[in-house]
Unconditional design. Structure first.
Length: 207
């Protein structure tokens, strides 16, 4: 299969979108990119309000794990008294990039939220193990699937294994793409700085 950067604008790429339509929201967009060391086609939704807020505030990039951890510890839009924070937390708040939060002498108010929501990542699979491995890179962040251009041997056995890991399977044929297995639902146990950082990395590619 061609690299996913080419696939995104090909007939196969559009067919993957069509085959995924039932899983996606109406305002979903797609972008091919390399994240986590893997080329994939990402289906995402932009938070328009957050994008405009960052533009108006000339906000700095949010790509440091420590910064995101600090923000996650703060509620959105609610002033937090600085006196309620310990010394390390106050230092972390003072180091927040511009546009991430409002701060005065007594309070800090978080403004930044995730700029995009990634609903599905689809990787090209030259082989079954490689497809499982590459799709697995995105397990902490979104639903995942892999697409083949030829029907693998022992398909039923392989679909059972993909189902165990929650990874969807597409098969590209001459007249389009067929979804052989739906990807599992993405149900994170908690919000993490790593997952937020993932969306920030994609956001930078979209600007």
């Amino acid at each position: 299969m061609e690299a996913m950067m080419t696939l995104a604008s090909s007939v196969i790429g559009r067919s993957v979108w069509t085959a995924s339509a039932a899983l996606l929201e109406a305002d979903t967009q797609a972008r091919a990119a390399s994240l986590q060391g893997v080329e994939a086609l990402f289906f995402y939704r932009t938070d328009a309000a957050e994008r405009l807020r960052r533009q108006d505030a000339a906000a700095a990039r949010l790509d440091q794990m420590e910064v995101l951890e600090t923000l996650l510890a703060l509620p959105v839009g609610i002033p937090v008294p600085l006196a309620s924070l310990d010394a390390d937390q106050r230092r972390a708040v003072r180091a927040l990039p511009s546009g991430a939060a409002d701060r005065d002498r007594e309070t800090v108010t978080r403004r930044a939220v995730r700029p995009v929501r990634v609903d599905l990542a689809v990787v090209s699979a030259a082989g079954w193990r490689q497809g499982l491995r590459d799709a697995g890179r995105f397990a902490p962040f979104c639903r995942r699937a892999m697409v083949f251009t030829r029907r693998p041997a022992r398909l039923e056995e392989l679909l059972a294994e993909a189902d165990f890991y929650g990874i969807g399977v597409f098969l590209a044929a001459e007249h389009g793409v067929e979804m052989l297995l739906h990807p599992g639902e993405y149900r994170p146990l908690r919000h993490t700085a790593a997952a937020w950082c993932f969306t920030e990395e994609l956001y930078q590619l979209l600007r």
